[in-house]
Ligand binder design. Structure first.
Ligand code: SF4
Length: 279
C-alpha cells in the first residue's frame, strides 16, 4: 500500500465552508488503537495524518509514537506527513517532537490577504499560520506549503509563491478545490472553471514560476478520477475513497480483508502520487 490518509480527529479551529472532513460528523470516541493496528498491518509507504486539525489532537504524540513502533517492529521506517492548517499554538516540546518524528509538515495557506483568508477558512487566523510556517522552517522540519486554488484566491498564486520562496519552505503543492464529499454542496461558489485549472497546471509544468519559487511545485491533479485510489480512514475507523458524490465507504478497519484491500488498490495507487524532489 503506497498511501493512506488517517483523519485522526474532528476538532478544528477553522470553519471552512467547503470543509471536506465534516462529513465524518463529530468524534465521540477515539478508536485510535484499532486504527493504528490496521496501519501496522498495512504499513503504507506514506501516511498522511489529517483531521480536523491533527495538531490540536491531544493524543497526537501518543498516536505517532505507536505508529512508529509498528513500523520498527516490521524493521521499516515510516514516512509520516502531517496535513495541518497551521493555526494551533505549539510549545517548543511539540516542535521538537515533530522535528524528531515526522518526515513532512504540510501546512495549508490559501491566501495572504486577511479578508480572503477569512472568506475561505471561516475565521481569520492568518497571522498564526504565518508564524507557524516560519517556526517550522526554523526548527528544520521538511515543510510543504499547500495552496488550494478557488475562485477567491487563484489570482494570488504568484504572491503566495513569492512568500514560499522568502520563507524557504521545501516544496509547494498547488491543489484545486474539488467538489467531493461535503464540498460538493457549494461547488459553484468555489470551484474554478476547468480552463483556469488547466492553465495553472500547464504554467507550473512549463516552469512559469521557476524564477519566483525556486523549489519544487506540485501542480493540481487533472481529474477527480485520479483520487480513486486514495485510501482514507477516519477517526471512527471507517475506510473510504473520495468520489464526486461524497465518498465510497469500504467498511471498517476491524473487518476489512487487508490482502483483498491491497489487491484492489494495486492498480490505481501509482497514478495518484507525483514524486517530487526536495528543494
Ligand atoms: S481546516 Fe480542514 S478540517 Fe478544518 S474546517 Fe477547514 S477543511 Fe475542515
Amino acid at each position: 500500500m503506497k498511501n493512506l490518509c488517517y483523519e485522526s480527529t474532528s476538532n478544528c479551529l477553522l470553519k471552512c465552508p467547503y470543509c471536506i472532513s465534516s462529513d465524518n460528523g463529530v468524534m465521540k470516541k477515539d478508536h485510535y488503537l484499532e486504527i493504528i493496528d490496521f496501519i501496522g498491518n498495512l504499513l503504507p509507504e506514506r501516511l498522511v495524518i489529517s483531521g480536523g486539525e491533527p495538531l490540536i489532537d491531544p493524543l497526537l504524540k501518543e498516536k505517532i509514537a505507536l505508529i512508529i513502533k509498528k513500523y520498527h517492529e516490521a524493521d521499516k521506517e515510516p514516512y509520516i506527513s502531517i496535513s495541518t492548517n497551521g493555526t494551533s499554538l505549539m510549545d517548543q516540546d511539540m516542535w521538537l517532537f515533530l522535528k524528531n518524528t515526522i518526515q513532512c509538515l504540510d501546512i495549508s495557506l490559501p491566501s495572504l490577504n486577511h479578508d480572503t483568508y477569512a472568506q475561505m477558512r471561516g475565521v481569520d487566523l492568518l497571522n498564526q499560520v504565518l508564524i507557524n510556517i516560519r517556526k517550522a522552517v526554523s526548527y528544520g522540519l521538511n515543510v510543504r506549503l499547500s495552496i488550494i486554488m478557488t475562485k477567491q484566491n487563484y489570482n494570488e498564486l504568484e504572491n503566495l509563491l513569492k512568500f514560499a520562496n522568502e520563507v524557504n519552505v521545501n516544496s509547494v503543492r498547488v491543489g484545486r478545490y474539488f467538489p467531493f464529499r461535503d464540498a460538493y454542496d457549494i461547488k459553484d461558489d468555489y470551484e474554478l472553471d476547468e480552463t483556469t485549472v488547466i492553465r495553472i497546471i500547464d504554467n507550473i509544468n512549463n516552469g512559469k514560476y521557476a524564477n519566483i519559487y525556486r523549489g519544487k511545485i506540485l501542480p493540481p491533479i487533472r481529474s477527480l478520477s485520479m483520487m480513486k485510489g486514495y485510501l482514507n480512514v477516519n477517526f471512527d475507523g471507517m475506510l473510504f475513497v473520495p468520489n464526486m458524490q461524497g465518498k465510497q465507504l469500504l467498511g471498517s478497519v476491524s473487518d476489512v480483508d487487508i490482502n483483498a484491500l491491497e489487491a484492489s488498490f494495486k492498480d490505481s495507487q501509482p497514478k495518484i502520487f507525483i514524486k517530487y524532489k526536495e528543494k
